[in-house]
Design a protein around this ligand. Structure first.
Ligand code: SAM
Length: 278
């Protein structure tokens, strides 16, 4: 049985999320509460608030407070060629199918600060598909989107990115794609020339394009089941028949009500192929 303290904290969490939604239309009400609570505990420490109710008070009464709280509500962690075996599978198994399309649209949903987008852009360039592809990079965090669009990463992250790129079957050197300056790596802007960056929420927005590949990794893990189903429904509605969906290493379609739209393409790498539809 839950303690009185835990019951009160659950109630405070709901009230805080309601306040954020009703005042600012950011909807975190169907996010997984366990991970939200962990991050809001950090926010309480950071803002020296004793309770979630105090955070709620500040959200309602301080106009500039929500933008400061948002980074605690979403997790921005990313890296280039994260889980290299996923990108190796895209390269070896999925790209040969994508080669058969004269033009391609790729949706990177929950792109955070852009590492996944640049990884795909590099992979598509190396495989000769870049010129026929439009990428859509979407997220709800507009600061992260701005950083994605800038494509500048701390130099001390580049060793890991380089190793991941190599393990993903990279056909060139990662250093071909960036210029090092003042402790940072500035990625070549030609990599994002065919990318539309956009504020789009998997909670409340609709499908906006017909796509052949959706990569949505390490995003659904933060959602409750119904919200995961909504997002997977969006991906299914966006994908052409025989299109591909890539999820994160801890995510799967197994319990989704839309699972029957897809078949497992590479179980290990969480890559699915849409088989429903005409
Ligand atoms: C952990 S990052 C994943 C980054 C990248 N996909 C990767 O795997 O490295 C999760 C991202 O999902 C975004 N996100 C959270 N809720 C979202 C929503 N409702 N719609 C779109 N993106 C969302 C967050 O802002 C964050 O940038």
């Amino acid at each position: 049985m839950k303690s009185d303290v835990a019951i009160t904290e659950d109630l405070e969490l709901q009230l805080l999320l309601d306040a954020i939604y009703r005042k600012y239309h950011y909807d975190f009400r169907e996010y997984s509460p366990a991970s939200l609570k962990r991050r809001l505990t950090q926010a309480r420490t950071n803002f020296a608030c004793e309770s979630l109710s105090q955070l709620q008070h500040r959200v309602l009464h301080e106009p500039g407070f929500l933008p400061q709280l948002l980074p605690f509500l979403t997790v921005q962690v990313s890296e280039m060629f994260r889980d290299p075996s996923y990108f190796l599978s895209l390269r070896r198994q999925v790209i040969p199918h994508l080669m058969t399309y004269p033009s391609l649209k790729v949706w990177v949903a929950g792109c955070s600060t852009g590492e996944e987008l640049y990884s795909l852009a590099i992979l598509f360039r190396e495989e000769g598909l870049e010129n026929r592809t439009i990428f859509y990079a979407t997220d709800i965090n507009t600061d992260a989107l701005a950083r994605a669009e800038a494509g500048v990463y701390e130099q001390d992250r580049i060793a890991l990115f380089t190793e991941n790129h190599r393990r993903s079957g990279g056909k060139s050197s990662l250093s071909d794609y960036y210029t090092a300056a003042y402790g940072r790596a500035v990625f070549d802007k030609s990599l994002r020339a065919r990318t539309v960056f956009s504020d789009h929420s998997l909670v409340s927005d609709a499908v906006f394009a017909e796509t052949q590949l959706v990569s949505c990794r390490n995003v659904l893990i933060y959602f409750k089941r119904e919200l995961q189903d909504r997002a997977i429904g969006l991906f299914s509605d966006s994908l052409v028949r025989k299109g591909f969906l890539g999820l994160g290493s801890k995510e799967s379609l197994r319990f989704s009500s839309r699972a029957s739209d897809f078949t497992e393409f590479d179980r290990e790498e969480r890559i699915y192929q849409k088989t429903a539809g005409l």
